[in-house]
Every structure is written in structure tokens, then in C-alpha cells.
Design a protein around this ligand. Structure first.
Ligand code: HEC
Ligand code: HEC
Length: 466
């Protein structure tokens, strides 16, 4: 419980809500009175982040709405067919007490080990699940959230870039009366090509690694979620049975207590905003220069091998970001997650205010070079000779079963185990598991000498969470 005393001039309304020390509730909810809006000052942002921090580690209780006796874990609000037989189940979440129950390694906001895998399925809307059989859900490992605000900002700018290219192609098609086929590339990442026709129809069948809406979706192992806000709303219901009003409230379900546990309006939009602010401002992982000179030398050669083996074609070292202003709600969300059009004015969090922002490298145009080692794109990761990553049987959001989003490698030294199911204990194992579009690169690694393979691992071991 925190008691925030703020001067009345601040626009961010923070209440001294909280709970009494003996009340069996998390005490984290309801501390932000109104949805934050407009540009927050540094002090206001810090207050909001502190509340978000509490929400991320809060263990929600049945005395404030945890659990969903009458509703499923599905992303779409859905009632259960049969009443829940127990309050907590592995297969329907995993059900957990706090966000940090899974995102905890090495600190809150971090990754999770195999014990923290979750079960993901579109089919959760249709039946009750009591099995971990991959016929019914995909099992996913917990990824870390450090630098997630920068990742979402990159994805928004990339989406805007692709949409501008689509609009320009349509204009040209109309002006010339002839179909226009254009390569769509943003921040140096190619997403294939599209053909705009004079009648206004866009043929996206030759796009690559992205959905037909040309929205870069940076979150989830599959790269199918748009924003931290969308993910937080999903996760609150999926893992905790805490139902955000913006999706499970009267607007979409016609009821205030959709999960039938006796608590109306469990999580208000302002609470989700605080949670998003905390995640969006988590500092990005860093690269260490080892003191051990042997490690340092190996890592230096390994860094060259990372390029030589072709790893950097997908795990791109840095992507340039124009703006550090994070608006929430954001521009790309759809029904069931608050979006910018739903509010008078979104809140804007200036990531510049954060200490870590000073350490970010910039290019000669003043753009921040986000050192993510990723491309925010999906790739086919299996082929006939290597199906190690082809362990999912269900398509998620109509994406091929064998396609996954390039994992950002920043922080990888601190987030074992590896792979989308978190079922590989060594870096060597996951690198060898790369097939499909990454087959050549994996082959270069496999065919290298022991020493050169070691250098690559020594390099990856310098990419740590702080
Ligand atoms: C039971 C474990 C578990 C709990 C609890 C949990 N998560 Fe996660 N989280 C995961 C897993 C697993 C993934 C990857 C999911 C996927 O790929 O489909 C993930 C992914 C995410 C991502 C996307 C990160 C990325 O880079 O792709 C965000 C954001 C996130 N979680 C936020 C939250 C928040 C906020 C909460 C609490 C409301 C929460 N999580 C609770 C396991 C968990
Ligand atoms: C064609 C694109 C591509 C290339 C080339 C590529 N990767 Fe990957 N990498 C991916 C994708 C996609 C994933 C996610 C795989 C999954 O779903 O588990 C991944 C995952 C990883 C992971 C797992 C991270 C984690 O936390 O689970 C590591 C480590 C990794 N790659 C290292 C490398 C190295 C080293 C090379 C070069 C030898 C390389 N990759 C080449 C696309 C690529």
C-alpha cells in the first residue's frame, strides 16, 4: 500500500486509495483516479510507474476479484460451458497470482523458466481445457519485458512506414491506371511486396512475415500482439481472472461482472495504464564488456562470427527510432483494448525522462539506435531436415504453425531456457534448432570449428539484463 501525496497542480489524479494493512487484498488497485492524459511531467510519470510496479508484483486475491468462475481464459470474452471445478488450474493459464509469478527471472519484468510456461489457444472460446496435449493449445515460454516500450515504439513507426508505402502505391495506381507492385521495407526490414490496383484493392499475397493489415505486431513468441496494453488486458484475464473493464465490461459483454465472481469492474482502464507505463519504461538490456580477457577476446571474435554466420540478417543489431514519446492508449489497437480514438487525449510518456535514455546510442540524424538484435518480423523456422521448432499443432491468429517472430536477443544471457516453448537449456541447442529460413545460418554455425562456435556463445553471453 502506498499513500501518494501530490500537489494539487498535477494533472495526474492519484488517490490515496489503497487498503488497510489487515485487508486481504493486494492494495495495488484503484490508486490512479482518472485515466492519465496529455504529456506527463517527469514527477507524474514516476508516480505512475511506481503504481505500475506495484500492480505487476501484486498477488491478486479472491477478495478483490481474482479467479473467473463463470468465464474462460480466452482473449475474447467467453462464458464457461461448465462451472470451474477448481479456482486454480495450470492448463487454463497457467493460473497465477501475479504477473511477476512468471516474469521474475532475474527480477520482476524478467523472463521465466519452464515452470512458468503458459497455454495459448484460440479454441479456449469453445470448450473447457484440462489437458496440456498440444492438440488443444500451444505451450509458450515467458519472455522478458525489458526495453518493451522501445520495441512497441519501433513497431508503431514501422507500421506507419508500411502504411504510407501502401497509400502511395494506391495513389500512383489510381493516377496511372495501372497496377503498382512495390517492395515494402521499413527501417531496413523487408516485408515482401504488395500490388495496389487502380480500383483501390491491394493484393498482399506476396507479403512476407507480416499480416495482411501490414501492422507490425511485436509481442508474443508468434508476433501476433500489437501493444503492451493489449497483452496486459489479455494476461490479466488469462492468468489471474482479473477482468479489465475495457474488454470485459458492459461495452462489450453487457455486464459489469462477466466472470460471475461477485466483483464488478475489476480492473479499471487507469490501472491498466499504470501497468503499461511501468512496462513501457523498463530499461533496455545492456551489453557488457567482460573483465576476463579470455572471454573478452572470444566475444570480440564471436561478434564478427554473428555477422559472418548470417545471424544478424534477422537478429538485426540495432533499429533506428525517431521518437521517444510513448502514447497510451496507442494508435493500433482494435476492439477490446482501449485505443487512442476512444479517449479525448492519450497520455504521453517521455522516455527521455528516464536515466537509462541517456545511455542510448544515436545515429547522425539524432535517431536512437535501439540495440534489440531483432527485426520484429516472423520467419518460417522449420524445413524437412529440421523440425525441432515445429512442435506446435495449432495455428494462432491464422499464422503458419512453423512461423515465429525473431526473438530479440538483448538480455539473452540472463533468460535461459530458450526457444518459444522454453524447452532448450543451452544456446547451442536453440541455434542448432534453427531451420527453414534460418537453415543456412544454422549450418554455418554447425559447420564451424569448435572454437568459432564457442566464440559465438561467448558473444551471446555478453547480452545481459541489467
Ligand atoms: C503464467 C505465466 C505468466 C504470467 C502470470 C504472466 N505472463 Fe506475460 N507472458 C508469459 C508468456 C508465456 C509469454 C509469451 C506468450 C506467447 O508467446 O504467446 C508472455 C508474454 C508477455 C508479454 C509480451 C512480451 C514480448 O516481448 O513478447 C507481455 C507484455 C506480458 N507477458 C505481460 C504480462 C503482464 C502485464 C502480466 C500480468 C497481468 C503477465 N504478463 C503475466 C507468461 C506469463
Ligand atoms: C531467418 C531468421 C533468423 C536467423 C538467420 C537466425 N535466427 Fe535466431 N531466431 C529466429 C527466430 C524466428 C527465433 C525464435 C525461434 C522460436 O520460436 O523459438 C530465433 C531464436 C533465437 C534464439 C533463442 C532466444 C531465446 O531467448 O529463446 C537464439 C539464442 C538465436 N535465435 C540465436 C541465433 C544465432 C546465434 C543465429 C546465427 C547462427 C541466428 N539466431 C540466426 C530467427 C533467426
Amino acid at each position: 500500500m502506498r499513500w501518494l501525496i501530490l500537489p494539487a497542480v498535477l494533472t495526474l489524479a492519484v488517490t490515496a486509495h489503497g487498503a488497510e494493512p489487515w485487508e486481504e487484498v493486494s492494495g495495488a488497485l484503484g490508486q490512479v483516479e482518472a485515466l492519465p492524459s496529455g504529456a506527463l511531467s517527469k514527477a507524474e510519470l514516476e508516480d505512475l510507474i511506481a503504481i505500475g510496479d506495484e500492480l505487476f508484483i501484486a498477488k491478486f486475491t479472491s477478495a478483490e476479484g481474482a479467479g473467473r468462475p463463470a468465464a474462460t481464459q480466452a482473449i475474447l470474452p467467453t462464458k464457461r460451458r461448465n462451472p470451474a471445478t477448481s479456482a486454480f488450474a495450470r492448463t487454463s493459464g497457467s493460473d497465477s497470482n501475479a504477473c511477476s509469478s512468471c516474469h521474475n527471472d532475474p527480477v520482476p519484468g524478467g523472463a521465466g523458466d519452464f515452470a512458468a510456461t503458459t497455454f495459448v489457444s484460440e479454441g479456449f472460446t469453445n470448450s473447457d481445457f484440462d489437458t496440456t496435449d498440444p492438440q488443444f493449445s500451444n505451450e509458450r515460454g515467458t519472455n522478458h519485458l525489458f526495453g518493451a516500450g522501445l520495441v512497441e515504439l519501433l513497431a508503431r513507426e514501422m507500421t506507419a512506414g508500411l502504411h504510407a508505402q501502401r497509400a502511395a502505391a494506391l495513389v500512383k495506381a489510381r493516377q496511372t491506371g495501372a497496377p503498382q507492385t512495390v517492395d515494402i521495407t521499413t527501417k531496413g526490414v523487408s516485408f515482401g511486396s504488395i500490388t495496389a490496383r487502380p480500383d483501390g484493392i491491394v493484393d498482399t499475397s506476396n507479403r512476407d512475415g507480416i499480416d495482411a493489415d501490414l501492422v507490425v505486431k511485436p509481442f508474443g513468441q508468434k508476433g501476433v500482439m500489437v501493444s503492451l496494453r493489449q497483452f496486459s488486458v489479455n494476461a490479466m484475464n488469462h492468468h489471474h481472472g482479473m477482468q479489465p473493464v475495457e474488454r470485459f465490461g458492459p461495452r462489450w459483454t453487457g455486464e459489469a461482472d462477466h466472470d460471475g465472481d461477485g466483483f464488478a469492474d475489476e480492473i479499471r482502464a487507469a490501472d491498466i495504464s499504470a501497468l503499461v507505463a511501468w512496462q513501457a519504461t523498463l530499461e533496455p538490456p545492456a551489453r557488457i564488456t567482460p573483465e576476463d580477457t579470455t572471454w573478452r577476446d572470444l566475444a570480440a571474435t564471436g561478434s564478427q562470427n554473428f555477422d559472418a554466420f548470417g545471424c544478424a540478417t534477422c537478429h538485426i543489431r540495432t533499429l533506428p527510432l525517431d521518437s521517444l514519446s510513448f502514447a497510451d492508449p496507442g494508435p493500433l489497437d482494435t476492439a477490446g483494448t482501449l485505443k487512442d480514438r476512444d479517449v479525448a487525449e492519450p497520455a504521453v510518456y517521455e522516455l527521455e525522462f528516464l536515466e537509462w535514455a541517456k545511455t542510448l546510442e544515436r545515429d547522425d540524424q539524432g535517431r536512437v539506435l535501439v540495440p534489440l538484435f531483432g527485426d520484429l518480423k516472423r520467419h518460417t523456422m522449420t524445413d524437412r531436415t529440421n523440425e525441432r521448432l515445429g512442435n506446435e499443432l495449432l495455428a494462432q491468429r491464422f499464422v503458419d504453425r512453423t512461423a515465429f517472430a525473431t526473438t530479440e536477443l538483448w538480455g539473452v544471457a540472463s533468460t535461459a531456457p530458450y526457444g518459444h516453448r522454453n524447452d532448450m537449456t543451452t544456446l547451442d541447442e536453440i541455434i542448432r534448432a534453427h531451420g527453414g529460413e534460418a537453415a543456412q545460418s544454422a549450418m554455418a554455425y554447425r559447420d564451424a570449428t569448435d572454437r568459432h562456435r564457442t566464440t559465438l556463445i561467448a558473444f551471446l553471453k555478453t547480452l545481459v539484463l541489467n
